[in-house]
Design a protein around this ligand. Structure first.
Ligand SMILES: Cc1cc2nc3c(=O)[nH]c(=O)nc-3n(C[C@H](O)[C@H](O)[C@H](O)COP(=O)(O)O)c2cc1C
Length: 174
């Protein structure tokens, strides 16, 4: 039986090197649509996005992170925000943003794109808002970089599953 969701979850990797080919608007729309179908508390949909493909803005954003080479090499960026006026619970709204972002990364993988979640730039979130002409009503959650990957030999590791299980109460009943 095909398990495309599990395949995507398992095989998605953070891609930081892209070829120059532009990312089509249609693909960005599909990625954003995957994002907004994430769950959110009370279905409040607190996420907001800025789509960036203009080289001058990409270059300005690159000055705000130690991952400048990743940002500069990406043909498309999406800045993911929470709208403070829509938020109702700090933890739950941040969880919703994470779910939204993961949906977008998985959609990009399925569409043949590479992507990476950039969080280090959050230390300069005020400067990013200024570059993107946004007031502090909008709280930056992540900058996502997208492009066609230069290669797909990126490796990643996880600790064994058993390391993460604190307790298991009960089991299979047959
Ligand atoms: C909250 C968060 C912040 C991250 N920030 C960065 C970042 O600033 N730069 C970067 O290159 N990768 C960043 N990553 C990607 C992680 O390094 C990557 O997900 C991790 O090493 C596991 O690799 P994988 O995504 O290929 O499985 C971030 C991931 C998360 C979830």
């Amino acid at each position: 039986m095909e398990q495309p969701v599990q395949e995507a979850i398992r095989n998605r990797r953070s891609i930081r090197e892209f070829i120059g080919r532009p990312v089509e608007s249609e693909l960005l729309q599909k990625i954003l649509t995957a994002g907004i179908w994430a769950p959110s508390g009370l279905n409040n949909q607190p996420w907001r996005f800025v789509i960036i493909r203009a080289p001058e803005i990409i270059n300005e954003l690159a000055t705000q992170t130690s991952y400048a080479h990743v940002v500069q090499g990406a043909p498309a960026l999406i800045a993911v925000y929470l709208d403070r006026e829509i938020m109702y619970d700090t933890v739950k709204d941040h969880q919703a943003a994470g779910a939204c972002i993961q949906n977008m990364l998985l959609a990009a993988h399925e569409l043949g794109l590479g992507a990476v979640w950039l969080g280090q730039i959050l230390k300069n979130k005020d400067q990013v808002n200024a570059i993107l002409q946004l007031s502090d009503q909008y709280d930056l959650m992540a900058l996502l970089a997208f492009g066609y990957p230069q290669h797909r030999n990126q490796q990643s590791r996880r600790q064994p599953l058993t390391d993460f299980i604190l307790h298991e109460f009960g089991g299979d009943t047959t």
